[in-house]
Design a protein around this ligand. Structure first.
Ligand SMILES: Cc1cc2nc3c(=O)[nH]c(=O)nc-3n(C[C@H](O)[C@H](O)[C@H](O)COP(=O)(O)OP(=O)(O)OC[C@H]3O[C@@H](n4cnc5c(N)ncnc54)[C@H](O)[C@@H]3O)c2cc1C
Length: 404
């Protein structure tokens, strides 16, 4: 144990997206800021994000893109540091980027550009970034947060928790932020993995294994939300952007539904085929819009007994039923892949106990909470990073120089 004591204006726990961003704002205000991260390097999730290209924000950020027990909580921070502010920063650093579908913005080259930018935004004479730092305990003594760590003792009157959520533990994720929040009297809403593939233990498991690698443009939905994009069959279940999005709105043991023809009135198509292609088989009609292997699986599921019946001989009632099954295929996931592959953590520190303007705790003066540790979860598409940037700005704005 190192006995050296470092006193600063601000200590930030976590050198990820929100922590580095906040350190930049604080450092630029002239505040001596120490960032402590337990991992061997900062910003690991940034580097792996967006398939290595970091989907850093989205052209169309709205409060409705976020899940939070208090849906109004995100409004203030998102409106004061917008996607346009972050895009300006990216442009200032001459990072080439492009838009993919739905307003999602990605780096042309590498997520490394975003991490480099965040670090460059931290004035080196003001911001001290320490890695491989294990925090043993935190005490609040005489207006100071005192952090005992394996690399010394750190003291400051302001402490920012930016330690993220539980997803991808191998990248340094921990529940530490929740523990610290609880230590200072906060309540933590139950956490669960979000933006995560569904898994199955029933017959669907075999089907997804056999179709593994196949993607299909679908609408996937439950009573809470509908998402329209690709679903992807995998060896373990169903992934793909639409499935990941719905996972945020799914609870254990609930069913989900998939419309395999979101753009087409498939019932009308089948009736037309009965009229105009009476000698065809249903599977041949469907194979015009679905992969043959997929049609075969659907046949085994829904119309095995009619596999050899010609379209012209199909009863109207049977066609209506099949159309309905194709547009509301009901599945019951056994679970999700969990934190191992989840992009985010749902739940977290209850936002009712945190100022939506400053991100300061209402329970403990000088304590700030930003990023994913809070009960704020974005949709897929750059919304989680935008929350990290916006909440970091809100806290950064209200951090002050302290007389030490
Ligand atoms: C595979 C993957 C891809 C993603 N892609 C995207 C994307 O393209 N777009 C998007 O918007 N979002 C994406 N996300 C989500 C996004 O990465 C997070 O929402 C965001 O990083 C949260 O920022 P944060 O600062 O709260 O936490 P993080 O960025 O996770 O940073 C937390 C930091 O705290 C450190 N830490 C944890 N525990 C301790 C402790 N006990 N002591 C000290 N330090 C600690 C960690 O090492 C880490 O550096 C992705 C997530 C994953 C897992």
């Amino acid at each position: 144990m190192n006995d050296y004591i470092t006193t600063s204006d601000v200590i930030i726990i976590g050198g990820g997206a929100s922590g580095l961003m906040c350190a930049g704002f604080a450092g630029q205000k002239g505040l001596h800021t120490v960032v402590l991260d337990r991992a061997n390097k900062v910003g690991k999730k940034i580097l792996m994000s967006g398939g290595g290209r970091c989907n850093f924000t989205n052209y169309f950020v709205e409060p409705d893109n976020y899940l939070c027990a208090n849906p109004h909580f995100v409004k203030s921070a998102l409106s004061r540091y917008t996607q346009w502010d972050f895009i300006s920063l990216v442009e200032k650093h001459q990072i080439p980027y492009h838009e993919r579908k739905h307003g999602e913005l990605f780096c042309d080259n590498s997520a490394k550009d975003i991490l480099k930018m965040l670090i460059e935004e931290c004035p080196p004479d003001k911001v001290d970034i320490r890695t491989k730092c294990d925090i043993d305990n935190i005490q609040y003594e005489n207006d100071y947060f005192v952090l005992k760590t394996n690399i010394g003792t750190f003291k400051a009157k302001q402490l920012v928790i930016a330690s993220g959520g539980l997803s991808i533990p191998t990248m340094g994720a921990s529940g530490f932020g929740y523990q610290v929040a609880e230590q200072f009297g906060h309540s933590v809403l139950p956490t669960r993995a979000g933006l995560v593939p569904f898994t199955f233990s029933d017959a669907t498991k075999g089907l997804t294994e056999r179709l593994s690698g196949l993607a299909h443009d679908s609408a996937i939905y439950n009573e809470r939300r509908t998402f329209r994009e690709n679903i992807l069959f995998t060896h373990r279940g169903i992934s793909g952007p639409a499935a990941l999005q719905l996972s945020n709105y799914w609870h254990t043991s609930e069913e989900i539904q998939i419309n395999l023809f979101p753009e087409t009135d498939i019932e009308a198509v089948l009736f037309e085929a009965k009229q105009n292609a009476p000698k065809a088989l249903l599977k041949n009609i469907l194979a015009k819009s679905l992969a043959k292997s997929f049609v075969q699986e659907l046949e085994d599921l829904f119309w095995k007994d009619l596999a050899t019946t010609l379209m012209g001989e199909m009863q109207d009632k049977a066609l209506r039923k099949i159309a309905q099954q194709l547009q509301s295929w009901t599945l019951k996931p056994s679970g999700t892949e969990g934190y191992r592959t989840a992009e985010v953590t749902l739940g977290g520190v209850h936002t009712d106990e945190v100022s939506s303007k400053t991100m300061e705790s209402k329970k403990q003066k000088g304590l700030f909470l930003i990023g994913e540790v809070l009960d704020v979860t974005g949709h897929l598409g750059g919304f989680n990073f935008q929350w990290a940037w916006a909440s970091a700005f809100a806290a950064g704005e209200s951090l002050i120089a302290c007389k030490n």
